[in-house]
Design a protein. Structure first.
Length: 553
């Protein structure tokens, strides 16, 4: 009797390198093969298709995200009231904003290492609790020193909320729902800076500037309770080493860069020794960090992240989107209030439709992102954004509220069409184990882009206002026949001191308006130059999508 042939072992899966989960015996029965354990150092994620309480988790983490996003701008309106209450000078009160920005920028890249080392849920809970307590301390601060320290704590604890929320939403949702998940996340991230000034102004006028911080208490408590009750624990890598030198150099570079961008306008940029020193520290720190990361055995950031083409292209594009988003927000309120006489509440109501257009676009594009090429959706968004900025170059001091609202709605729709497919495509080909760290870098680039955009447009605004004033003032002479009309001399009689002062005020107003239009034109050009960068984005193939989906699950 001949021997039965020995059954062949299943071939390893070429995609994952692992053997198939079952083998066949001589009798034809299937025997389960034990699953291959994940390699050490790889944090596990929640299975997207079976994540329980997905809605409750989403609500909880988005409450924390919106709370942090609001605090990036909500204190700006209350700053004059804080200055009077704390008896601070106009130069030192800006540290209330600067301290928060710098602390958040330095700590944002830490989100990936902390969640891998201690667990994502634990880090999330500590961040929410710390941010809420720091908000309460800001509300009871009695001196500028206390306020700056408490704002630093706010930035330290709040830095992890945005990247952690993005990573969690990607992990608890299957890949076909990533577009909808990023639409929800993007609405919370981008609506915060828009509603912040409006809400801050209303709370300051109706109650007190301290309620700008107290409003975080109920939101933080609800978010903490929801995360504690519904968010599952994720795996952690207790053996991952910490690259202290790399983090120190990155923190030095980012902190110095943020200080330079935030204080450059106050200190006359590179005419100040402080700005030159901060610029040198930023360049030196980032250069040392880059060279150290290329040679270290365990660098602070995984080099594998930057081998992903979509991730690198996404970082460049979110840098530009961040520049446009907050730079426009930094220009519109001062223009409406200082040049056109709008009160704070009216300014908020006029600019609010921009957020409405953004939310509507995100809801729509969240359903379209799985049906159309993401690059096409981003192209539509960039074109709409550029067109809205073109509309804004036609603003005048005599216009009504219509052009402001219409351009704002178009721009909100454009940014919504960019943000959702960009967030989805950036992480589409990254392994799940790198998501939290990648989300931290993604948020960092958006924040740096926003800081750089605000710094550039504010510097150009000041410089161009002076240049335009000089050009217009050349024509203010008693020999100009246009200044001899009775309709003109009734308001601006250059033969009197009062008339000359009133005319100078109007010339300054017109010069500032021209400077605002120049800034809008610059942002339009920047938006148009971003369109060719879409060619760097690679559309994930079906094979790649299947591999990524399997990694998530």
């Amino acid at each position: 009797m001949s021997a039965l042939p020995r059954p062949r072992e299943p071939a390893p899966d070429r995609e994952s390198g692992a053997a198939s989960p079952a083998r066949t015996t001589t009798t034809g029965a299937a025997v389960a093969r034990p699953a291959k354990p994940p390699p050490p150092g790889t944090p596990t994620t929640v299975q997207a298709a079976a994540a329980p309480h997905r809605g409750a988790i989403t609500v909880s983490i988005m409450l924390a995200t919106i709370m942090q996003a609001l605090d990036s701008t909500i204190a700006n309106v209350a700053l004059p009231h804080i200055q009077g209450s704390l008896a601070a000078s106009s130069d030192t009160i800006t540290w209330v904003l600067t301290s928060y920005i710098i602390a958040a920028a330095i700590m944002t890249p830490m989100a990936g290492w902390l969640s891998g080392r201690y667990g994502r849920k634990q880090v999330f809970l500590v961040a929410v609790a710390g941010f809420t307590i720091a908000s309460m301390l800001c509300g009871i601060a009695e001196s500028l020193a206390q306020m700056v320290v408490y704002r630093l704590l706010q930035g330290v604890f709040g830095a992890a909320l945005v990247p952690l929320s993005q990573a969690v939403l990607l992990d608890i949702n299957p890949r076909e729902k990533h577009g909808s998940a990023m639409a929800i996340w993007g609405a919370g991230i981008m609506i915060g800076p828009i509603l912040g000034p409006v809400l801050g102004g209303w709370l300051t006028d109706a109650y007190n500037w301290r309620f700008v911080f107290y409003i975080n208490l109920p939101i933080g408590i609800l978010a903490f309770a929801g995360i504690m009750a519904f968010m599952p624990r994720a795996g952690r890598d207790a053996d991952r080493p910490f690259d202290f030198f790399g983090f120190l150099m990155l923190g030095l570079g980012i902190g110095a860069l943020q200080m330079m961008l935030d204080r450059g306008e106050i200190k006359d940029w590179f005419g100040s020794t402080e700005i030159i020193l901060e610029g040198a520290l930023a360049l030196g720190g980032l250069y040392v960090f880059l060279t150290h990361s290329l040679t270290a055995k365990h660098p602070f950031m995984h080099p594998e992240l930057f081998r992903d083409r979509n991730f690198v292209a996404g970082l460049v594009l979110i840098f530009i989107v961040g520049t446009i988003l907050l730079a426009t927000l930094a220009l519109l309120p001062p223009m409406l209030q200082n040049l056109m006489g709008y009160p704070v509440i009216t300014t908020g109501l006029v600019t609010a439709p921009r957020g409405v257009g953004m939310m509507v676009a995100m809801i729509v594009v969240g359903r379209l992102v799985n049906r159309f090429d993401s690059r096409l959706l981003m192209l539509v968004g960039l074109v709409l954004t550029a067109y809205s900025l073109y509309q804004m170059t036609g603003y005048s001091l005599l216009m009504g509220e219509g052009p402001i609202i219409s351009a704002g709605v178009v721009q909100g729709c454009g940014l919504g069409f960019i943000f959702v497919p960009l967030s989805t495509t950036t992480f589409a080909t990254l392994p799940a184990k790198y998501r939290t760290e990648a989300a931290g870098i993604y948020s960092l680039m958006r924040n740096i882009g926003s800081s750089l955009g605000i710094a550039v447009v504010q510097a150009l605004l000041t410089q161009n206002t002076q240049i335009n004033h000089a050009n217009l003032a050349e024509h203010v002479t008693r020999f100009n026949p246009l200044l001899q009309f009775p309709q003109i001399t009734r308001f601006w009689d250059i033969r009197t001191v009062a008339g000359l002062a009133a005319l100078d005020q109007e010339v300054t107003r017109q010069a500032a308006m021209i400077a605002y239009l120049n800034d809008f034109k610059l942002m339009m050009i920047v938006t148009l130059t971003a369109i060719p960068l879409l060619l760097l984005v690679r559309k994930p193939t079906r094979r790649t999508a299947a591999v990524v989906a399997a990694a998530v699950e």
